[in-house]
Write a protein that binds this ligand. Structure first.
Ligand code: TXA
Ligand code: MG
Length: 358
């Protein structure tokens, strides 16, 4: 009888303010040897492998259960490395790299042949990012290789923003997780295709459209970012067509300009769901939380500071699963700035189940 031996996942704790290079070298050596290593970035945790080693990269797809037609982002620690991996870097792309790297901005370029086909899922473009996290960059520098890394979650679940989330999803399926605390931004990077002019926003994230347009002028925005994906509306980024960020609970988003109407609608829905015997959790905001007395409600953060909501959203979705919530009734936020990325992730978590309140 064949007994499957489960791998033991090693946890390496690193203080981001005082990086122990000897300890981190263990993870860097593992990457060089073709192993898969989860590591922190400022957006979410990534699951890394040597980007130039197809066999190692295949392990990422296996561990996550990721569809093979969804390409990976290649992470670098120094800007100059991008020239070894890509062709035809436009002036606009160079300006963005100059101003916004390191940071939560992924750029899609024409690829060089050095990039294995498994990374790009057969596309002739490659996504590259330089993370703004000291541990991520030191790890990549020590390994001295480009590191392919999707978010370190099981495919379809919310991305991971702590090492514990990574273990919850992938313990026994990956070699190492480097633990350096919580990710600051909490949502994945912005993905911008710079092979076209004007460049096209494929996924909103930590860098806002305005931050990009302030540097290079007008960009186009893929219309599937907030709209429903169907045969007439196919997203330009392969990854955006999949069910994503989904907790076990049924998520319903209540949308409307008037916040009081949102609150009233959510109270109505909560009452109905409670009557059906469902365990309900309300995702409120600092401004509205006091209106939900008598219900299970938590605040996602401050509506006037959407980055506070971004940093907690995935954690809150995971915690709801942990306590067996069946229905999440979530307020919506303005789609300005980081709000666009928040609403993009929320509508996907809700499977486009949106109820209008005015
Ligand atoms: O913040 C992040 O971007 C995190 C951290 C770990 O860096 N990574 C991440 O990777 O979110 P992942 O694999 O979960 O999402 C990558 C997205 C997917 O939507 C994928 O389809 C898209 O980038 N992508 C990758 N390569 C592409 C390409 N050549 N053209 C268009 N989209 C691409
Ligand atoms: Mg992902």
């Amino acid at each position: 009888m064949k007994v499957e031996v489960k791998m033991v996942t090693q946890v390496i704790k690193i203080d981001p303010k005082n990086i122990d290079k000897d300890k981190l070298s263990v993870a860097a050596d593992a990457l060089k040897e073709g192993k898969i290593v989860a590591f922190p970035t400022e957006t979410v945790y990534g699951l890394g492998a040597n980007a130039l080693d197809s066999v190692a990269v295949e392990q990422i797809f296996k561990a996550k259960g990721r569809p093979s037609d969804n390409p990976l982002i290649v992470h670098i620690a120094d800007k100059e490395r991008v020239y070894e991996l890509t062709e035809d870097i436009s002036d606009k792309a160079a300006a963005l790299m100059d101003k916004l790297w390191p940071g939560p901005l992924t750029l899609v370029f024409k690829k060089k042949s050095i990039i294995p086909i498994i990374i790009t899922a057969g596309l002739d473009t490659v996504a590259v990012r330089m993370p703004d996290h000291p541990v991520a960059r030191e790890l990549i520098r020590l390994a001295a290789i480009p590191v392919a890394a999707p978010s370190a979650n099981v495919s379809g679940k919310p991305s991971t923003t702590t090492a514990q989330h990574v273990l919850d999803d992938l313990d026994g399926r990956i070699d190492i997780v480097v633990d350096a605390g919580s990710s600051r931004v909490g949502l994945e990077s912005t993905v911008l295709d710079v092979t076209v002019d004007p460049p096209m926003l494929l996924r909103p994230g930590g860098i806002t459209p305005k931050q990009i347009e302030d540097i290079i002028g007008h960009i186009d925005i893929d219309k599937t970012i907030l709209g429903k994906v169907n045969a007439d509306n196919v997203p330009k980024s392969p990854g955006m067509k999949y069910k994503h960020y989904a907790p076990k609970a049924h998520v319903i988003i209540v949308k409307g300009k008037n916040i009081n109407n949102q609150v009233m609608k959510i109270c109505d829905l909560a009452e109905n769901k409670k009557r059906e015997g469902k365990k309900v959790s309300i995702f409120a905001t600092d401004q509205t939380i006091d209106n939900y007395n008598g219900y299970e409600a938590i605040s996602m953060g401050d509506r006037n500071k959407p980055e506070t909501i971004a940093s907690r959203l995935f954690s809150l979705l995971r915690e709801s699963d942990d306590i067996g919530v069946e229905v999440i009734l979530a307020e919506s936020v303005d789609e300005n700035g980081v709000g666009l990325a928040i609403m993009n992730r929320m509508v996907k978590a809700a499977g486009y189940d949106i109820i209008k309140s005015d």
